[in-house]
Every structure is written in C-alpha cells, then in structure tokens.
Design a protein around this ligand. Structure first.
Ligand SMILES: NC(=O)c1ccc[n+]([C@@H]2O[C@H](COP(=O)([O-])OP(=O)(O)OC[C@H]3O[C@@H](n4cnc5c(N)ncnc54)[C@H](O)[C@@H]3O)[C@@H](O)[C@H]2O)c1
Length: 463
C-alpha cells in the first residue's frame, strides 16, 4: 500500500521505516532540507537503536523509503498520509499546532482522491475535526489556483487518529511488537482500510529481524478501534498516567527520606501487586523528554478550556520538577558552598538509549549549578554533540569517558541510567575524584557498597 509520512523525526522516521520493512511503498516529507539530504544518502539524523539495521533490510529488499522536501511529490503518493510533525509546547503550556496546521494545509493542496489523513502526532482533542477543516480549505485553494472548481471539489478524503506509543530508545521493538494499535475514526470504511494497512503487524505475519526478535510471549498486537476523540484522549491519558505513576513513586521517595525507609524496597513491595505492576515506579530525578511534560500541560489546558481544574495532573508535574531542585538541595547540604566546586553529571539525554535532550533533567541541573558558581562537567555516550549544538549558552565541559570526567571532581551525579554508567568501577571512580559525594539520581547503586568505598552516598528516598 502507498504510505506518505509527513515529518521524519523520531516518530515519523521510525513509522516510515517499519511500514517499508513490512513491504509498503513509503514516501517521506520533511521541511528540514539538511535532514532529508542526510536520509537520502543513507545517514540517520537521530540515534535510535536498530533503526539503521531496519533501514538496511529495506535497502536489501529494494524497498528503501523515499525522502523528499517536495510536498506535492510525497503527499500525492499516499493512500495513507501520516502526520508525524512535532507538537511542541508553547510558553503557556498549550500545544503549538503551527507545524500540524501547515502540514494539513499542504495535504489539502496535494492529496489524491480517496486518501486517508492520519494524525500520528500527539494532538489536542478535536484536532481531527480541525485537520479535516484545514485539508478542505487546502482543497478549496486548489480550485482558486487552477480556476477549476469542479476538479477540486471531487477530492474525497477521511481523517483518522492513530496515536503513537513508541518509546525512544526501544522504538523499533515498540513499533514491531506494540501492546496495542489504536485506530480512531468515525467511519467504518476508514477503520477497515487502516486495519488492512496494519494487518501484517497486528497478525505478526512477518519474519522478525534477528537484531530485534519477537518477544517469546508475544503473539499479536491488539487493534483497538475507537472514535477520533477517544483516540486523542487515549494518548494524553496514557502519558498522563505514566507520568503520574513516576511522580507518585517520587512523592513516596521523599516520604521515605523523612521516615528512614528505602524507596526501592517499598516500590518492589507494592509493584508485586498485579494491580499496580513494577513498571514506572522508579524514584529518582524524575521524568523528562519530549512528551510527558508537554502532554500533561496540553491535557491540563484542554481541561481548563472546559472550566475543569485537573488537580492530579498539576500535582504530577509539580512533584516531578521539584525532584530536580532536590539534587541541588542535597549537594548544598553536603558541600555547603557550591561556588568553585567541580560537579560531574553522568548522562545528558533525558533517558538511556536516545540522544534526545528535550526537557532533560541534566540541562536544568547544569544551569542551576552554573548559576550557583560550580564548574559543570558532563558525559554521555551519544548526546554530547546534540547538547553542544542545541545549548551553546550552557557552559558545560564535555567528556567522552566517565573516568576522565571524574578526575578531580568534588561530586558526581548519576542523571541518566545508561548501562555504561550503572556498572562503573566505583573504586576507580573514587580514587580519581577530589571529593566523595555520589548523588544517585536514579537509585541504581547499592548505598552500603558505595559507603564502604568511601563515598557519601545520596539516593532519592534511600536514607
Ligand atoms: N518522540 C517520541 O517519543 C514520541 C512518542 C509518541 C508520540 N510522539 C508525538 O509525535 C509527534 C512527533 O514527535 P517527534 O519526537 O518525532 O518530533 P520531532 O521534532 O523529532 O520531528 C518532527 C519532524 O517534523 C518535521 N516537520 C515539521 N513541520 C513539518 C511540515 N509541515 N512538513 C513536513 N515536516 C515537518 C520537522 O522538521 C521534524 O523533522 C509529536 O506530536 C509527539 O508528541 C512522540
């Protein structure tokens, strides 16, 4: 089937690659010419494990996705046109829909008769209707441009919502073996067409790639058909729930600190309850990334538009961002004076296995520490170049090697739980440092072992 993907970021590129891997004929559009040039040459502009390998299979199968900046070429190609452009937050927390708007207008200008326009971007409730209106306007503007109303008004199309649940860092596995595929549309024909597009994936009738095997207990992915509005709500509600779950763990961690309990033991104790589950109960510096903060904000704004005050969502946000300040507070408690101290951050990316720095706790920590007069060092296996480019205003001293970074520092903070950083030789680390403070922002190390090695160990909720 012919698939067009608008936007080649983390979601668009992974979606396009997976559809091509499954045998569909995929054409991708981006307004960023540098990105398209890289992709045309076979270079990948983002770090996402196995993406390169999956694209290599597409190449071998002679089904490499096409990449272009030409809206007409890409949009007119698709029977299915996926919108996967960014919906970043505005200052006031609302979703910035300018990219979505411009994509929808272009779609209206060039889409083929009978095409389905699918919102994969995370968009506020009601965006399905709004996109339909913009596409219609685009179609109408063709008539003016061609002075051929008859041709333009004949273009039929449908709009659907197909929210994306992939996680950066394991996006290929999440896309090939999804927990569920949500198809939101208000008409049955569109739902059936989308189900047939996803048939191979939902029935798992494809050969799994060696590098990303099908999980042993995985049979097929659940297809959930809903109306458009419910599909849009599902995405926001899922992210709001996950973010709140982590914030809950962090709130409990702070109480553990006060009463002298260990939050890791507590979360293990409650996670074994099958109604609760172990996932997303890790206390620490809290969540970041491109989705949780912005999606919670957007949902809060949606509720407010209807005069409703969503207390739990607001609290989840407050608790989360306070965790970042807590790291500074703990450092101040130990060092008293931060000015002139050398502090090293293990990890920059907002989570392991990605180079994404959007809303990364590392950046807030670095800014706060520099403001207090510290010299900040940081290392990350893949995000250093992005960080330098995106944050030239933050004076961070970058290191490839964590041990080199540790030489002469007063304190180390584990910010991102990359595999490389949760298995460090702590004896060596301690011998290189000038000081002995270890803030375990992800509760990965054993407090007793680090204390034995001469560290002042500070976890989050592990006093
Ligand atoms: N990143 C994630 O983990 C994730 C997961 C689920 C859902 N989402 C949602 O998916 C959407 C995309 O997220 P992302 O992380 O891939 O964003 P991104 O910023 O990585 O990529 C967006 C891409 O769209 C391009 N673009 C913008 N306007 C365009 C236009 N008019 N035409 C063509 N290309 C255009 C940009 O140049 C960019 O390359 C967002 O709504 C996000 O909330 C993201």
């Amino acid at each position: 089937m012919k698939v067009s993907v608008i936007g080649t970021g983390y979601v668009g590129l992974v979606t396009a690659t997976c559809f091509a891997f499954l045998g569909h004929d995929v054409s991708c559009l981006d307004i960023n010419p540098e990105r398209i040039e890289l992709l045309k040459k076979g270079n990948i502009p983002i770090y996402e494990p196995y993406l390169e390998d999956l694209l290599a299979i597409c190449k071998t199968n002679d089904n490499y996705p096409k990449f272009s900046t030409d809206s007409k070429e890409v949009i007119s190609h698709g029977e299915f046109i996926f919108i996967a452009v960014g919906t970043p937050p505005k200052e006031n927390g609302e979703a910035n829909l300018s990219y979505l708007e411009s994509a929808a207008r272009s779609i209206g200008q060039y889409l083929s008769d009978g095409a389905i326009v699918i919102n994969k971007s995370t968009v506020p409730v009601g965006s399905g209707n709004w996109v339909a209106m913009l596409v219609e306007n685009g179609i109408a503007s063709r008539a003016t441009a061609n002075s051929n109303t008859a041709t333009a008004t004949k273009v039929n199309f449908a709009v659907a919502s197909n929210p994306e649940f992939l996680r950066e860092g394991c996006a290929i596995a999440d896309s090939l073996y999804p927990d569920r595929i949500v198809i939101g549309t208000d008409d049955e024909l569109t739902a059936n067409k989308l189900k047939s597009l996803y048939q191979k994936l939902s029935s798992q009738s494809f050969t799994a790639p060696d590098f990303c095997p099908r999980p042993s207990n995985y049979k097929e992915s659940q297809l959930i058909a809903t109306d458009i509005t419910s599909a849009e709500m599902i995405k926001y509600s899922a992210n709001a729930f996950l973010a709140s779950k982590i914030s809950f763990a962090n709130q409990i961690a702070n109480i553990c600190d006060l009463v002298g309990a260990d939050v890791n033991q507590v979360m293990n104790g409650i996670g074994t309850d099958s109604r609760i589950g172990h996932k997303f109960l890790n206390a620490g510096i809290g969540w970041g990334g491109s989705c949780f903060g912005k999606d919670i904000d957007a949902l809060i704004n949606i509720a407010r538009e209807y005069g409703y005050d969503p207390e739990i969502l607001k609290a989840a946000k407050t608790v989360n961002y306070r965790q970042r300040d807590l790291v500074i507070k703990r450092l101040q408690e130990q060092m008293k004076i931060i000015k002139g101290k050398k502090i090293a951050l293990l990890g920059l990316a907002f989570k392991p296995n990605t180079d994404d720095l959007r809303d990364a706790p590392s950046l807030d920590l670095a800014r706060s520490l520099i403001k207090l007069g510290a010299m900040v060092r940081a290392c990350d296996p893949v995000a250093i170049e992005h960080c330098k480019k995106q944050n030239p205003d933050i004076e961070i001293y970058y290191y490839e090697d964590p041990y080199e970074m540790a030489a002469g520092v007063d304190a180390i903070v584990l910010v991102t739980e990359w595999n490389e950083y949760i298995n460090l030789d702590t004896t060596k680390l301690k011998s290189l440092m000038a000081g002995n403070i270890f803030i375990d922002g992800r509760n990965q190390y054993s407090p007793s072992q680090l204390k034995e090695k001469g560290f002042i160990y500070i976890g989050m909720g592990r006093h």
